[in-house]
Design a protein around this ligand. Structure first.
Ligand code: HSE
Length: 300
């Protein structure tokens, strides 16, 4: 095989209290073609001009990791990506790059790695599993490290759940955002999050959507991160007023996500209007949850 094309979905991590352990895939995709030949990286669409076009590019990291795992020598490749996942906005663009690179590298090396291995490699590169797991498997996933490797399981979601996204224009660097979080958490705050993450999984699995507003509350990361996002409170309030069942910061932000089960147009309107009044530039879109993860669409 000399060339492979894969698609990979956007993901939203944390879902409020599930910091570093819960995430879900969204129906918004990047497409990547890796072809044997002179090294070149061509990025079209989201992130064009900002995503590194040298070996720092996380797609290259993914391909290299797959070849290392396979024990095969790494040939030179050219990389062409067409991106719809907004870059550096808390929608899993880094994970998408790592996971798509791993799958492409897995096929091009002939290693044909299984999903468990791709998860191990991807989560080791990223450092946490909550974006890479749903990017690989689709749907809503829990990810934990058992001291040896990464384990994931799915959370069943109610049908027809959507995500209304307000995507600000500015970028947030996840590494910096993580570094700014406190190292120590009080027992009271741990209990606060534990209860809510249990409630979140239970309410999603059992379609108890009336509990989501409480279940997505968090004291571990959102209070610190949201302070740096202009309009956060107003946009969140507006999404709830419009009918969102639960509203949270997507990953490390700046995207604000309202989970909906109907009323999407109203929620979109209210969020966009609140952002306009708060003078925060950005766009509002509705995307369904994706039950599919990374996939190969062409090989030759
Ligand atoms: N769990 C990670 C964080 C997700 O919140 O930093 C980053 O997208």
């Amino acid at each position: 095989m000399k060339s492979v094309t894969v698609i990979v979905p956007a993901t939203s991590a944390n879902l409020g209290p599930g910091f570093d352990c819960i995430g879900m895939a969204l129906d918004l995709w990047n497409e990547l073609t890796v072809t044997e030949g002179d090294f070149n990286i061509d990025t079209k669409g989201e992130g064009h001009g900002d995503i590194p076009s040298d070996s720092r590019n996380l797609i290259v990291t993914g391909v290299e990791a797959a070849f290392l795992e396979s024990g095969k020598e790494l040939p030179k490749f050219s990389y062409e990506s067409t991106n719809k996942i907004p870059y550096s906005r808390g929608l899993g663009s880094s994970s998408a790059a790592i996971v798509s690179g791993l799958l492409a590298g897995s096929l091009l090396s002939g290693a044909n790695l299984d999903n468990e291995t791709i998860l191990r490699l991807a989560a080791d590169i990223e450092g946490h599993p909550d974006n890479v797991a749903p990017a690989i498997y689709g749907g809503c996933r829990i990810g934990v490290h058992d001291g040896n490797t990464w384990i994931t399981d799915c959370i069943n979601l109610p049908k027809n759940l959507n995500a209304v996204l307000f995507i600000p224009k500015f970028y947030i660097d996840t590494h910096q955002s993580r570094a700014a979080l406190p190292d120590h958490i009080s027992r009271a705050d741990v209990v606060y999050n534990l209860g809510r993450v249990a409630l979140l999984v239970n309410s999603l699995s059992n379609n108890h959507l009336n509990l989501l507003e409480t279940a997505i509350e968090d004291k571990i990361h959102q209070p610190f991160r949201s302070a740096n996002i202009p309009g956060y409170r107003a946009i969140t309030r507006a999404a709830k007023k419009g009918g969102a069942l639960g509203v949270f910061l997507s990953g490390s932000g700046p995207t604000i996500l309202g989970l909906t089960h109907g009323r999407e147009i109203t929620v979109e309107y209210e969020m966009a209007e609140a952002a306009r009044l708060a003078r925060v530039e950005g766009e509002c879109i509705t995307v369904p949850i994706s039950y599919k993860g990374v996939a190969v669409i062409k090989k030759s």
